[in-house]
Design a protein around this ligand. Structure first.
Ligand code: C5J
Length: 241
């Protein structure tokens, strides 16, 4: 479907209301689908979490990622982590709580939450293509101390399809700041997960409440339906990236 300026767009059935998105100004943003959060022995587990809670988001993200690749949509992956010398890790973050191991300590997947270690990498099912953008972030939000806004601006991005982990931490922090920066965010409900199912539910409710105070929420089926009405040739023909 084309909008009034001739750009390919789709309508996503979302809450609190449907939203029309032009695909050429939309990016898929996949937050922190890293081994450190999803696999035993990583950062998430050292905090006492049941990491199996996050597995349910992998298949829905994989389906949307495949559709995004098919239509040539910009894909951005993020990874939370720190430099090996921990110079970008505030003591307040490292010292917090009583985890089994702290950030920077050795673990079965290398040093916990450290860039370049196996645990910091993205899970194999969602591994980025060389052509996709990977942004390393030291914080929970994807804009703090990163090149995120410059990258999105460079590609003319106005809308974000957001998924990843965890719903109430890195996804919510990122969406809140993206919203303040003027991006329309559609959060993919089943493409997000939390160690705490009730926080996942509330995290999504907080985004879509009050007329969509931070953005929209749609499930992967609704996003895929809107994207699959686009043909690869439509977007690829108009794409300059
Ligand atoms: C957390 C994240 N939960 N990616 N990080 O520490 O949500």
């Amino acid at each position: 479907m084309k909008n009034s300026s001739g750009a390919s767009q789709g309508t996503i059935t979302a809450e609190p209301e449907p939203i029309d998105l032009a695909w050429s100004t939309t990016a898929l943003l996949i937050i922190d689908m890293q081994r450190d959060f999803l696999e035993p022995g990583g950062f998430g587990e050292t905090l006492g979490n049941d990491v199996s809670q996050l597995a349910r988001a992998v298949q829905p993200i994989g389906a949307v990622l495949a559709a995004a690749r098919d239509i040539g949509m910009l894909v951005v992956h993020t990874r939370e982590g720190h430099l090996p010398d921990l110079s970008d890790a505030p003591p307040a973050k490292i010292e917090r709580g009583a985890p089994r191991s702290r950030i920077g300590d050795p673990g079965p997947m290398g040093r916990i939450l450290i860039r370049g270690e196996p645990g910091h990498d993205i899970i194999s099912e969602l591994y980025p293509l060389d052509s996709e953008i990977v942004i390393d972030k030291p914080g929970k939000g994807a804009f703090y101390a990163t090149e995120m806004n410059d990258v999105l601006t460079k590609y003319g991005i106005e809308n974000l399809l957001v998924c990843g982990v965890t719903t109430e931490v890195c996804v919510n922090t990122t969406v809140r700041e993206a919203n303040d920066r003027g991006y329309r965010c559609v959060v993919i409900s089943d493409g997000c997960a939390s160690y705490f199912p009730e926080f996942h539910e509330m995290g999504l409710k907080m985004i879509k409440a009050q007329g969509g105070i931070f953005g929209w929420v749609a499930d992967s089926g609704a996003v895929l339906k809107a994207m699959q009405m686009e043909t690869s040739s439509n977007l690829k023909a108009g794409a300059s990236r």
